[in-house]
Design a protein around this ligand. Structure first.
Ligand code: AMP
Ligand code: ZN
Length: 111
């Protein structure tokens, strides 16, 4: 999508710190970290909200989570991590392109 920040990052039109990329998703550093390690796993396909995802897209999100769990060393989250998806206004979603927050690198506050 033309005006989407994450689509611009994926296309290389906007600068980001990329830690990982394959055909289907990227992992970048969050520009405004709320934990020592704060990354975003962003599927390349533009879907604004998880409730708009297809079954296939949703099962792909599961695969991304599995991949993250196998990349703990590279991502600096070996002592534990938290995965978060914000959906909609009450959750504070600010970018309308589904993404998974990866938080770790320190003892996280209780939710
Ligand atoms: P959410 O509030 O769940 O929609 O999360 C959006 C996240 O994207 C926030 O944590 C922002 O700090 C992050 N963000 C916004 N723009 C950028 C950018 N250009 N590069 C990296 N992270 C970004
Ligand atoms: Zn997008």
């Amino acid at each position: 999508m033309e005006d989407c920040v994450f689509c611009k990052i994926i296309k290389g039109e906007l600068l980001s710190t990329k830690l990982y990329e394959d055909n289907d998703f990227v992992i970048i550093k969050d520009i405004n970290p709320t934990a020592k390690v704060h990354l975003l796993a962003i599927p390349k396909n533009h879907v604004p909200y998880i409730d708009m995802m297809t079954e296939e897209g949703a099962s792909y999100l599961g695969k991304i989570m599995l991949k993250i769990s196998k990349m703990q060393e590279e991502l600096g989250i070996t002592e534990g991590f938290r995965l978060v998806i914000n959906q909609g206004e009450n959750a504070g979603q600010t970018v309308e392109h589904v993404h998974i927050h990866i938080l770790g690198g320190e003892k996280l506050k209780e939710m």
